[in-house]
Ligand binder design. Sequence first.
Ligand SMILES: Cc1cc2nc3c(=O)[nH]c(=O)nc-3n(C[C@H](O)[C@H](O)[C@H](O)COP(=O)(O)OP(=O)(O)OC[C@H]3O[C@@H](n4cnc5c(N)ncnc54)[C@H](O)[C@@H]3O)c2cc1C
Length: 436
Amino acid sequence: MTTGQQFDAIVVGAGPAGSSAALAMARAGLRVALIERGEYAGAKNVSGAALYAPGLLAELLPNYWEEAPVERFLTRRVISLLGQESALSIDFRTDHFAQPPYNGFTILRPKFDRWLADKAQQAGASLITSTVVDDVLYERDQVAGVLCRREQGELYAPVVIAADGANSFLAKKAGLQGEFKAGEMTLGIKEVLRLDAHTIEERFNLTNDQGVATEYVGFATGNVKGGAFLYTNRDTLSIGLVTQIASLAQQRVKPYELLDRFKQHPAVAPLVRDSVPIEYSAHMIPEGGWAMLPKLSRGGLLVVGDAAGFVFAAGIFLEGMNFAIASGLAAAATAQEAHSQGDFSTASMARYRQQLEKSFVLQDLKRFRRAPAFLNNERLLHMYPELLCQAAENVFRSDGRPRRKLGRTIYSTMRGKVALRTLLRDGWQAARALFF
Ligand SMILES: Cc1cc2nc3c(=O)[nH]c(=O)nc-3n(C[C@H](O)[C@H](O)[C@H](O)COP(=O)(O)OP(=O)(O)OC[C@H]3O[C@@H](n4cnc5c(N)ncnc54)[C@H](O)[C@@H]3O)c2cc1C
């Protein structure tokens, strides 16, 4: 017999996954509780943040980018390989990404998450902030509610959605997730740097609301395995590193020291010159991909977003928010169907996974399942970027001596540094992880 407050659905965590789920269910007429431990939604949330596939939310919130706290529309993507003092970059830009519904835009999570949670609230969801969920409640072996850290903290609903982010406490409590293996979690650290909009536009070659997302590999993280990013917002820059936790511990480096060094790299320093740090944050990222997926549901419970490990980290891609939104919407649809049939059993909740299998969420993670292991390759992260920068330097050097043919210049740069067999093996693994 349940004595606490009763809802149709409880969502734990008001990040993009939880707020999207709550919004969709509230719009469908369900009584929803959206519980968030932060003082407000987004208060402690961290991303780069480039929100890709923003059209996912447009069905519920048509043209929302006109009113949402969106920073810049991403029309440029840059991939930069860093050597110790050099950089070799691919710089892509297109005006096709400048039209609604856009390909992606930069956001600042505290503003955006708060706005999205407000939308869920306006649709009828009860947003309960400054409240930590401590446990899952059961009835006849089925999840039936949650226990909050407060007086009379029992809340009941026939379906609970765990949207509590990386290292989900709820998924573990409900027996769906075990402990993580080393290498499955990375640590993301980020600074927001104040710089006026005009300087950003001039320095990054941007017009009006357009923005650029740059990803770096190579010397960006010194000897630590990882990568870096620099995104343009309206009048700030978001700069940060994504580092493997085991590698950080092994190299005995402090993350903020690494970030400081990255900011001093000759290819980065001119971009952040005269900017003022206004915010520093750090957060874990579940980057293990397909291999680390937990069980996604059980009777009365669905796991979404980072809580389920839905992060697509494949070198040139770091996407989690769009996976969070898509999985939140799929969970909401499953909850609606369960309500219409009055069935919250394990079999009913399993429809959630079937929905995800039809969407990019599980298809991308499965298709690129070899990427996380491949991206762990030391040579890929450090040796090849350095060698490619050296090769470029040798190709472009003009010192009054006769030039060699390009193939010979590149070959002599690589000779003695990496065996041809190793190069071919890494090339084959790259092809399998990312291309075919
Ligand atoms: C440095 C960094 C850069 C990134 N860059 C990008 C990027 O550019 N693009 C991209 O798409 N993704 C990026 N990601 C990944 C992205 O941030 C996540 O995939 C995304 O935030 C997942 O959303 P979520 O709603 O599942 O979880 P979260 O955003 O983590 O939200 C979880 C929510 O649950 C709340 N919560 C947790 N436990 C409890 C509890 N017990 N009780 C109540 N509330 C609780 C938290 O306070 C939080 O509000 C980045 C991540 C990091 C760390």
